[in-house]
Write a protein that binds this ligand. Structure first.
Ligand code: DGJ
Length: 804
C-alpha cells in the first residue's frame, strides 16, 4: 500500500513521503504502541490515537489526536491543498500551494512562512531563522527519562524524532512517550548545538499541538493565596490566550495544567484534551486561533527573563509536557490524568500507599509550639484516631515568629528540652508517627546562616534584595547552598524518628540573579533543576519519609513537585466552602490522593465563615485528610463527631484517595463529588446556599453495575444544637435563651441527628438520580428531614447488596 505522504495536491516525486522503517522494541505486550508506516507515525494508547506524518520536505504534519482509530491510510484526515492560499509564503517554488502556514505542525520555527505563534526562539550565528527537518527517529522500550528534570516513569514506549538544520547548526529531538494504560502521551524537546558557533535558546515550549477548531473552550485554574485553582472557562477566539507564571514557581496564580473542551462538552460528554507540565518553575501556555480555523496550543518554560546559551556540542532539555484526550467529557480527561499521576508521577515508593490522617500544629498553635502543649494535643489526636503528628513552623532556634530563624535547623531546646527524638518516642507511645516542617529554600536576615553567608541569598549586585514574608531566597544556583540544605535537613531527619516532612516555600522569587550561572537568563530554570536534585539527594536515601509539598498553600501544586512527593498542601484556606472551589479546580488535573485537605475551626480564620463541622470533614474527606485544630476547644459532642469522622475515613480511605473521582454538573450552587464506582462509592452533596421553598434535590450516581442492587445510606452526622438558635424552643418543653448558659452547656454534650436517609435501587436506576428527602423549611422537624442550611452537606455511602 502506498499512502500520500506529502502536503501537496499535485503529486510529484518530491511530494511522496519518505519511506523510513523503524525497528520496534516492545516495552508492553499487545500491538505496538508506536508504529511508523509510509511516512506516518501512529501512537496508540488504550483509547486514543496520536498521528503525525513526515512531509515531502521533512516537516512533521500533525494528523490526529483523539479517539483511538485503527491504523490506516490517514489520507482523509490530511487537508489537501487544492487552491493556493493568498498572502502566503511559498515554501517550495516547485509547488505554489505549499505553505507551512496552512499545515498542522508538530513543532514550528521562525522564518519559514508559518506566522502563527512559534514554540521556540533560538539565536544562532544566522539570527533566528531555523528550518529543522526530519533526519532520523528511533523507538525505545522505556519512558525515556530526562537527565536534568523529572519525567514520568513506568511501563511506556518512546519515540525520538530528530529534526536538523545544518546551516544553523541546530538539532531538535522531539521525544514522545506513550503511557498506554492511562491514555497519556508525554512530549518534550531536546535542543542540540551541532554547529561550531555558540547559540542561545530564548524561548522553548515543550509541546505544540495543532488542532482543528471545533468551537473550542479553555478551562484554566487560577487564583491567589487562599483562593487557589478556581476554574475559569473562556472561548478560543481569534488571537492568542496566554497564561502562565513569572514568580519563579508554578504559582497559585495560574496552574500549568489546563483543559481544552469542544463546544458542547460537559463533565461527562464531549471531546476534551488535557495539557499539563512536569515542572515547578515559571511557565507559559498559550492557545491561539488563526483566521483559517487552526488552533495552536503551546506549553513550556516561561520565556520572560529566560535565556540558555548552548555551546557547540551541548544540549538543553525542556520540561516534559503531558497530554490526554477523552471523549467522555472533563471527568474522562480528569480520570486519565488521575490514574497517570498515581501510576507514573508520584514516586514509586508512595504509589497506592494510603496517606495517613495527620494532625498539623499550624492552625492550632501557630508559632506557639513547645513539647508540653504539643504533647497534650498529641494525646487527643491519638485518642481521636489520627495517625501522624506534624510539628509545623516554630520548632527550631530563633523561630518565634516569621521574622527570624529560617536557615538554621537546630531544634529550639527551650521549647523541646527533651529534644526531638524524645518527643518522637512520646508520639510513638501514643501510636502516632512524627512529621516535621521545613522551609529550606529560604533564609531570614535574622539567622546565623545569614550572618555567616549573606552572599547566599539571591541578590542583584549593587542592590539590596527585597523581602517577602521577612525572608530572602537562597541562591540554589550555588552548589554550596545545595550541599548545605542537603546536610542540614538530612541531619535533622536522621536525628529522630521522622517519617514525614512538610516542605514549605513562602515567597516568590525576585532579585533573580546569581554569580553561579553563565547567563542571567539561566537563573530561574537552574534554581528549579537544582531544587529537584536537592530533593532527590535528601529523600531518595530516606524512602521511609513521606513528603508533603507546600508553598504558602498551593503556590507550587504541579507535577514536578509530585514527582518527588506524595501530596501537596492545597491551600492555607481550610474554609470548606472556599475549599469546594479549590479542590474541585484541582480535581480536573490531580487525584484526591495528592490533595492535602484539613479540617479546622469555625468561624474560619481567613473568611470568618461559620460552617458545620460535618461539612468541614465532608469536603476534606475527598483528599488526604488531616486536622489543624486546637483540640482543646472541641466540645464533647464535637469530639465524638471527629472520632466518627476519622473512623469513617479510615474505613473508606482507599476509595476516597484512590477511587475513581467524578464531579457532577449540578444546578443551584450545589457541588457533587463521587469517589469510587462498581461495588462501592461515596458521593458528597454540598450546598453553598440554602434555597427557600427548596426544589427537591436529585442525586445521580455514576459508574455502577446497571443490573446489580445497591443500598445508599447517608453517613450519620451530628447537628450541633447551637446551629438552631431560637428554633430550639420549638422542640424543648420550656423557653430557653439560645445564647444562655443552659443551652450552651447542653450543646457541649448533646446534639441532634441529621437526616437518616436510605435508598435502594439497581445501578441503572441510581444513575437516573435519587430523589432525596426534603430539606428543612420551617414547617416541622423530624429525623428524616435534611437539615442542611447554608454550607450544609451530606456524604452518601453506596454499597452493592449481596444477594441473600
Ligand atoms: C505556610 C503554609 O502554607 C502553612 O500551612 C504553614 O506551614 C505556614 N507556612 C508556616 O509558616
Amino acid at each position: 500500500m502506498v499512502w500520500n505522504g506529502g502536503i501537496q495536491a499535485r503529486r510529484t516525486a518530491a511530494c511522496a513521503a519518505p519511506r523510513i522503517y523503524a525497528v520496534f522494541v516492545r516495552a508492553t505486550k499487545g500491538p505496538p504502541l508506536i508504529e511508523f508506516r509510509d511516512g506516518v507515525f501512529f501512537l496508540s494508547t488504550a483509547n486514543t490515537s496520536y498521528w503525525f506524518g513526515v512531509t515531502a520536505h521533512g516537516h512533521l504534519e500533525h494528523l490526529h489526536y483523539g479517539r483511538r482509530l485503527p491504523v490506516q491510510d490517514p489520507q482523509a484526515l490530511r487537508p489537501e491543498r487544492t487552491a493556493q492560499r493568498a498572502s502566503a509564503i511559498v515554501y517550495d517554488p516547485a509547488d505554489p500551494r505549499c505553505t507551512l502556514d496552512a499545515l498542522a505542525l508538530e513543532y514550528s520555527t521562525i522564518g519559514q512562512g508559518d506566522y502563527r505563534r512559534i514554540p521556540c526562539r533560538i539565536l544562532t550565528h544566522h539570527g533566528y531563522d531555523l528550518d529543522p527537518v526530519h533526519r532520523t527517529h528511533r523507538i525505545t522500550a522505556d519512558a525515556a527519562p530526562a537527565l536534568t528534570l523529572p519525567t514520568a516513569d513506568g511501563p511506556a514506549e518512546s519515540l525520538h524524532v530528530t529534526l536538523g538544520d545544518d546551516r544553523a547548526g541546530i538539532e531538535l529531538t522531539l521525544v514522545y512517550t506513550v503511557f498506554e494504560d492511562v491514555d497519556v502521551i508525554a512530549r518534550r524537546v531536546i535542543v542540540r548545538n551541532t554547529g561550531d558557533a555558540p547559540a542561545t535558546i530564548e524561548q522553548l515550549a515543550s509541546v505544540q499541538l495543532d488542532l482543528p477548531d471545533r468551537g473550542l473552550r479553555v478551562l484554566t485554574l487560577d487564583g491567589d493565596w487562599i483562593a487557589e485553582t478556581h476554574t475559569h472557562t473562556r472561548a478560543v477566539t481569534p488571537g492568542a490566550f496566554v497564561t502562565g507564571s513569572t514568580t519563579g514557581s508554578s504559582s497559585n496564580r495560574h496552574n500549568p495544567g489546563f483543559l481544552i473542551l469542544e463546544d458542547r462538552a460537559d463533565e461527562d460528554r464531549g471531546r476534551v484534551w488535557g495539557v499539563n507540565l512536569v515542572y515547578s518553575g515559571s511557565h507559559e501556555a498559550s492557545v491561539s486561533l488563526d483566521a483559517h480555523g487552526s488552533v495552536r496550543v503551546h506549553s513550556g518554560i516561561q520565556p520572560q527573563a529566560f535565556a540558555w546559551p548552548i555551546a557547540p556540542g551541548e544540549e538543553f532539555e525542556s520540561p516534559q509536557a503531558v497530554l490526554t484526550f477523552s471523549d467522555e467529557g472533563c471527568n474522562g480527561a480528569s480520570d486519565r490524568f488521575h490514574r497517570f499521576v498515581n501510576r507514573h508521577i508520584v514516586p514509586e515508593r508512595f504509589r497506592e500507599v494510603p496517606r495517613p490522617v495527620v494532625f498539623n500544629s499550624w492552625e492550632a498553635v501557630s508559632f506557639d509550639v513547645d513539647e508540653r502543649r504539643l504533647g497534650r494535643l498529641a494525646k487527643q489526636a491519638s485518642a481521636l484516631g489520627m495517625e501522624l503528628f506534624v510539628i509545623d513552623d516554630g520548632w527550631f532556634a530563633g523561630r518565634r515568629d516569621d521574622t527570624g530563624g529560617l536557615g538554621d535547623y537546630g531544634v529550639d531546646t527551650s521549647r523541646f528540652p527533651s529534644g526531638l527524638a524524645a518527643f518522637g518516642d512520646r508520639l510513638k507511645r501514643l501510636n502516632l508517627r512524627m512529621g516535621l516542617w521545613f522551609e529550606p529554600e529560604m533564609v531570614n536576615e535574622r539567622s546565623a546562616l545569614y550572618a555567616r553567608h549573606p552572599d547566599w541569598a539571591m541578590r542583584v549586585p549593587g542592590k539590596a534584595p527585597r523581602e517577602g514574608r521577612h525572608q530572602l531566597v537562597l541562591d540554589l544556583c550555588n552548589p554550596d547552598v545545595c550541599d548545605y540544605i542537603v546536610e542540614q535537613v538530612g541531619a535533622v531527619l536522621d536525628s529522630a524518628d521522622i517519617t514525614y516532612v512538610k516542605w514549605d516555600m513562602n515567597r516568590h522569587i525576585a532579585d533573580a540573579s546569581s554569580p553561579h550561572v553563565a547567563h542571567p537568563g539561566m537563573v530561574a530554570h537552574r534554581y528549579i533543576q537544582n531544587l529537584y536534585a536537592v530533593l532527590a539527594r535528601i529523600f531518595a536515601p530516606r524512602p521511609h519519609v513521606l513528603l508533603e509539598m507546600c508553598s504558602s498553600g498551593g503556590n507550587r501544586f504541579d507535577l514536578g513537585m509530585l514527582r518527588h512527593s506524595a501530596m501537596i498542601w492545597a491551600s492555607d484556606d481550610t474554609d470548606p466552602i472556599e475549599r469546594l472551589e479549590i479542590q474541585q479546580g484541582l480535581s480536573h488535573l490531580y487525584p484526591p490522593s495528592t490533595i492535602s485537605a484539613h479540617v479546622s475551626a469555625a468561624p474560619h480564620a481567613q473568611t470568618l465563615r461559620d460552617t458545620p463541622l460535618s461539612t468541614r470533614f465532608n469536603v476534606a474527606a475527598f483528599g488526604a485528610l488531616g486536622y489543624e485544630y486546637d483540640l482543646d476547644l472541641l466540645t464533647s459532642e464535637e469530639r465524638k463527631e471527629v472520632r466518627d469522622q476519622i473512623a469513617f475515613y479510615l474505613a473508606h480511605r482507599e476509595l476516597l484517595q484512590f477511587g475513581r473521582f467524578r464531579r457532577g454538573d449540578m444546578p443551584r450552587d450545589r457541588y457533587r463529588w463521587q469517589a469510587g464506582e462498581g461495588d462501592e462509592a461515596i458521593v458528597g452533596l454540598f450546598q453553598r446556599r440554602v434555597d427557600a421553598a427548596p426544589t427537591p434535590d436529585i442525586l445521580p450516581i455514576a459508574g455502577l453495575d446497571p443490573d446489580a442492587a445497591y443500598v445508599v445510606r447517608a453517613k450519620p452526622q451530628r447537628l450541633m444544637i447551637e446551629r438552631f438558635g431560637n428554633l430550639i424552643n420549638h422542640v424543648t418543653p420550656m423557653r430557653l435563651d439560645p445564647r444562655g448558659l443552659v443551652l450552651q452547656t447542653v450543646g457541649r454534650f448533646h446534639s441532634l441527628r441529621d437526616a437518616a436517609e436510605e435508598h435502594r435501587g439497581t445501578g441503572s436506576l441510581l444513575a437516573e438520580g435519587i430523589r432525596l428527602n426534603d430539606q428543612f423549611q420551617g414547617t416541622e422537624y423530624n429525623e428524616s428531614i435534611r437539615m442542611l442550611g447554608d454550607h450544609g452537606s451530606t456524604l452518601y455511602l453506596v454499597e452493592k447488596e449481596t444477594p441473600r
